[in-house]
Design a protein around this ligand. Structure first.
Ligand SMILES: *Cc1c(COP(=O)(O)O)cnc(C)c1O
Length: 452
């Protein structure tokens, strides 16, 4: 297809996610043609440093020789078969590697294709678990406890345990009801407390809900350490640990949604590792293949898995699966990516140093009169812009200040995408020192150009 036809197809045939298409069609799209390292190149040959890491999934930059070679080698064997009734060498291999790398106790890997389906699977497993566990004594445990501002994906189950008003309101009639505990959003505390003196009052509220509704709750679901799409809301140290202890005490299942935080993003292989937490179910996607192919996994403990075993006629089977479950190309890419991530001197080993460099730059950025707060864990960063730094007054949402800042950055050759008025920085974990300087330097220029 020639270039004019590509632009025409883009404008006339594509419907973009999370995009007001009238505005999009009136604009001039950047159409990515290729990429190298952390840089995207469009049809015009213009280059963009990708500050979003391909929307949070790219770990090692583009064109990692080992991953590309693993995909090619797998292609020469088989691209895809099925896990319904057949094993798959590539899927079995990665399941073994993933279980070995995951927090101890997570022993079974159920594949799917996206973060949303990984969450959907976890919710359905948790629900069915209580129907079958302990002779059905806890069949009333059918609901979920989640956090306000949570984001767990866009399918109806994952939206039901989410709390992003702007995205989710319209679908309210389609959703099931969940219990919502206040998000540990210290900068805008939902309980109007101060971090120095609150003694984690938001956790107490979660505990109160959990105790009051114990026999109705199948699982507590959280994004560990950092609520991503909510605007990079980082949890106080010890919060996740306390959620785990509470779930242990009440015998509730804990689902950790590591779709955004997993695979080195927060500085450890999994965010749970930082608090020594082992969830009952763990959801993985985004970084799982290093950002090359779609794949997701829901990991479960042996206790959960065992509740699904029985004679066929007992109907304990988990009746769920997707056509491309355990896709061989994606699993081969995931195996190679995990190796590149974890080997000596590999991607994960470099995160601390890069995060420290980025952190130093962010300290300067935090002095900007329009930056209310900078929140970061590893290379997962949110920069919240505010109308008034002293009062923390947000901009009216219709002004789309975060979006404007990102547009200004894009015009300067750095691709960024906001979460409301929080500018998310999720670069590939291999971003170089010079690129980090460009990323923050461009953001500073974009803030000055947009907010004055
Ligand atoms: C992105 C994300 C999801 C959804 O993943 P998709 O692959 O986009 O469906 C779920 N949970 C969290 C925490 C995420 O950041």
């Amino acid at each position: 297809m020639d270039k004019p036809s590509l632009y025409a197809a883009e404008r006339d045939c594509l419907w973009h996610p999370f995009t007001q298409m009238r505005e999009w069609m009136a604009g001039e799209p950047i159409i990515v043609e290729r990429a190298c390292g952390a840089t995207l190149v469009d049809l015009e040959g213009r280059e963009y440093l990708d500050g979003t890491g391909a929307l949070w999934c790219n770990l090692h930059g583009h064109h990692v020789a080992e991953i590309d070679a693993a995909i090619r080698a797998q292609l020469d064997k088989v691209a895809h078969s099925t896990l319904l009734g057949l094993g798959s060498a590539a899927a079995a291999r990665f399941a073994g590697e993933l279980v070995a790398a995951a927090p101890a106790g997570l022993r079974r890997c159920f594949y799917s294709d996206s973060g949303s389906t990984a969450v959907e699977v976890a919710l359905k497993i948790a629900f069915q678990f209580w129907q079958q566990e302990a002779g059905g004594q806890h069949r009333g445990r059918t609901r979920f406890l989640c956090l306000t501002h949570a984001y767990h994906g866009d399918t109806l189950g994952s939206v039901s345990v989410g709390g992003i008003e702007l995205f989710h309101k319209i679908f309210a009639p389609l959703l099931f009801d969940a219990f919502h505990a206040p998000s540990p959003y210290c900068y805008r505390c939902p309980l109007a407390r101060e971090p120095a003196t609150c003694a984690m009052a938001c956790f107490d509220e979660l505990a109160r809900l959990a105790r009051a509704h114990r026999e109705e709750i199948a699982a507590v679901i959280v994004e560990p350490l950092m609520q991503g799409a909510a605007g990079m809301i980082s949890q106080p140290p010890g919060y996740l640990r306390r959620v785990r202890e509470l779930c242990d005490e009440l015998d509730l299942l804990l689902i950790c949604d590591e779709v955004a935080t997993g695979f080195g993003r927060t500085g450890t292989l999994f965010a749970c590792d930082q608090e020594g937490v082992v969830p009952d179910l763990m959801c993985l996607a985004k970084g799982i293949t290093g950002g090359t192919l779609p794949l997701a996994a829901t990991l479960a403990t042996e206790r959960i898995f065992a509740a699904f075993l029985g004679d066929y006629a007992e109907l304990r089977t988990f009746f769920h699966g997707h056509t491309y479950t355990g896709n061989a190309l994606a699993c081969a890419a995931a195996s190679a990516s995990l190796e590149v991530l974890r080997r000596a001197g590999g991607t994960l080993a470099g995160v601390a140093e890069r995060a420290a460099h980025l952190g130093r730059n962010l300290e300067e950025l935090a002095c900007d009169p329009h930056v209310g707060e900078v929140r970061s864990r590893g290379l997962m960063v949110g920069v919240e812009v505010v109308a008034d730094k002293a009062t923390r007054e947000p901009y009216p949402w219709r002004q789309r200040r975060g979006w404007q800042v990102c547009q200004a950055a894009i015009a300067r050759g750095v691709y960024l995408r906001p979460l409301g008025d929080v500018i998310a920085l999720m670069p590939p974990l291999t971003i170089t020192a010079a690129e980090i300087d460009r990323l923050t330097g461009t953001l500073a220029a974009a803030l000055a150009a947009t907010l004055g």
